[in-house]
Design a protein around this ligand. Structure first.
Ligand SMILES: C[C@@](CO)(OP(=O)(O)O)[C@H](O)COP(=O)(O)OP(=O)(O)OC[C@H]1O[C@@H](n2ccc(N)nc2=O)[C@H](O)[C@@H]1O
Ligand SMILES: Nc1ncnc2c1ncn2[C@@H]1O[C@H](COP(=O)(O)OP(=O)(O)O)[C@@H](O)[C@H]1O
Length: 273
């Protein structure tokens, strides 16, 4: 089975409080971004070992800790799964705030559910996904949601950005999620996010922000430079996604975003949501 795990964008992100379990409470809107990896999941012969082949962008860390493998191991604790062969071709940049690793894990859970006819409901898959990472559960239903608590509890929203031209710029900076959280002091959001997003996109620049962007830009000024470039190119709304370092611009009304020259080593995605 071949699946294409997509990335996500955060529209607004507020760190609202410290939790007793050490994590932070947050509020954000998650939107699917069709920048995709490719993941193949196949049953392997009974006598062979489970394998994971990795191509594309190199993923730091031991492959045994790869989220695709961890998704399989998690289901194997509850179900009698045969050995499998997985091949992940990595395209979405890592540590970019685009949730690529979490998407791989969620799509692996979904693929295993189908391939081995486990008949797990979306709700049950969400339960497994939560155990692999806070972002992971989003990719089970994979549609725009208002996320709160650890970013793993969702409410439907009626926001529709389908077809909006979008440019995502990843400057090659790997910012770990843990580092990003350590730089933010929780506070009450100045604007109600759902209410702000109901207003015309032209107003979002003043009312929709990302607490990580404010905390990280002084340490990584390149984030501010990319933001200025995207606004100068005509974007209506620009923001850091998640904990960075990818910065995106939305260009409603255009077929595709304008071309921009970026330094070598930057990865750029142009397309429509
Ligand atoms: C910041 C967000 C926003 O969408 O996305 P990314 O920028 O990573 O894509 C998420 O909260 C990232 O969630 P995820 O990437 O799944 O993080 P996890 O693996 O669960 O946690 C990594 C580390 O981040 C911190 N963490 C994470 C989530 C949270 N609500 N509070 C935290 O304090 C903890 O230090 C934790 O050990
Ligand atoms: N399949 C995977 N793809 C990307 N990163 C993975 C994967 N499996 C494990 N990881 C680990 O997850 C971390 C980055 O996760 P990712 O979702 O790409 O970033 P972010 O949370 O910033 O969006 C890295 O430390 C990486 O080693």
């Amino acid at each position: 089975m071949l699946v294409f795990p997509n990335a996500k964008l955060n529209l607004g992100l507020y760190i609202t409080g410290q939790r007793p379990d050490g994590f932070r409470n947050l509020e954000s809107v998650f939107v699917p971004l069709p920048w995709c990896d490719a993941l193949e999941v196949l049953p392997a012969a009974e006598s062979t070992e489970t394998t994971l082949a990795l191509t594309g962008i190199p993923i730091p860390g031991d492959p045994a800790t790869n989220l695709c493998h961890r998704a399989y191991e998690l289901l194997r604790t509850d179900f009698n799964l045969p050995p499998i062969r997985q091949h992940l071709h990595k395209v979405v940049p890592i540590g970019a705030g685009l949730g690529g690793g979490s998407a791989d894990a969620a799509f692996a859970l979904r693929a295993l559910n189908e391939l081995f006819e486990l008949d797990l409901s979306a709700e049950t898959l969400v339960g497994y996904a939560r155990r692999l990472g806070s972002d992971c559960a989003f990719f089970i239903a994979n549609k725009p949601v208002f996320a709160y608590e650890k970013g793993d509890v969702f409410e439907e929203i009626s926001l529709n950005l389908t077809g909006t031209a979008c440019k995502v710029v990843y400057p090659g900076l790997h910012i770990s999620t843990a580092e990003a959280y350590s730089r933010v002091t929780p506070r009450t959001p100045r604007h109600d996010l759902r209410e702000a997003l109901r207003q015309p996109m032209e107003t979002w620049r003043e009312t929709v922000s990302n607490d990580f962007e404010d905390a990280l830009t002084p340490f990584y000024p390149v984030l501010g430079e990319i933001k200025e470039q995207l606004y100068a190119a005509g974007a209506t709304y620009v923001s850091l996604s998640g904990s960075g370092s990818a910065v995106y611009g939305l260009f409603p009304g255009l077929e595709l975003p304008p071309k921009l020259d970026m330094p070598n080593g930057y990865l750029v995605w142009d397309g429509r949501l």
